[in-house]
Design a protein around this ligand. Sequence first.
Ligand code: 5GP
Ligand code: MN
Length: 345
Amino acid sequence: MLTKVIEQAKIDHFTKWFERADKIVIVSHVSPDGDAIGSSLGLYHFLNSQEKTVNVIVPNAFPDFLRWMPGSKDILLYDRYKDFADKLIAEADVICCLDFNALKRIDDMADAVAAAPARKIMIDHHLYPEEFCKIVMSYPKISSTSELIFRLICRMGYFSDITKEGAECIYTGMMTDTGGFTYNSNNREIYFIISELLSKGIDKDDIYRKVYNTYSESRLRLMGYVLSNMTVYPDCNSALITLTKAEQSKFNYIKGDSEGFVNIPLSIKNVCFSCFLREDTEKPMIKISLRSVGTFPCNQLAAEFFNGGGHLNASGGEFFGTMEEAKAVFEKALEKYKPLLTSKS
Ligand code: 5GP
Ligand code: MN
């Protein structure tokens, strides 16, 4: 049995909307990850099974390793089909905002979503949700939005309508947001849910291989290159890896090729904080990815130094300037946070 994470009043409220709605739009955050796509498609398959007109719209492309996911071909990319997407958003009865807590996380879609007359619901697990949705299902203690989608569907009484395809998507989001169940994954209910998803016929081992073991040769070589240039700060139990645009083109970089790199330095003994600085290919900025193990608050450092945020152990931000400047800011941040980075906890 599962704990009732989502308040009954919110389930009842959404059920009312759901019963009356015909056109439902699901939106998720920019540079969608496994949980953004997994939760969106998990909900998409369920709503489709209830004869709703459903569209999933994300701001821009998602990585290749998620393309196998059932329904992924139906996802609309806002940066390519803006006019059509704007029409769907404007005409929706209900808009479901998944895996993000602030309108700025959906980039250029923000205005259209904010202006839409639709009823809006947020289903998310990031801290500090902004108020742009009437129903807010925000549970930062839950490790993935996909898990919340499973909980929502079950609480509405539709477990039996979850298909194998929907279960595959939900599982993928749960798996990717916990690094294959290696962090944020000590809640035993996660494994109860996995057991329920397995009952739908999913092959979890195959999903793991499809997500993590289908990379290109050039990605592996890029990984070797990035790691060979890594800087370790033993005094701060920290490590930094970087990737410039010039380096990206040398390795035929395609979007998603550096996915997961930021976690690798954490496998060094005593390193509890890792930073990845990557020159963005689309915007003139450096994308910051931060990861920690234990109690070090990446999100606090991200907010203070990189105009970002996120979770305690996984956060990110943006920096407008050169790689050298970004690195200098990072080192300044390390100095400031040194007491926290070196305290035994
Ligand atoms: P990633 O390193 O995978 O890009 O991001 C990890 C987490 O950090 C995301 O799930 C998100 O919560 C947060 N995050 C990443 N980039 C940003 C950003 O620019 N602003 C904010 N507020 N959060 C971010
Ligand atoms: Mn997530």
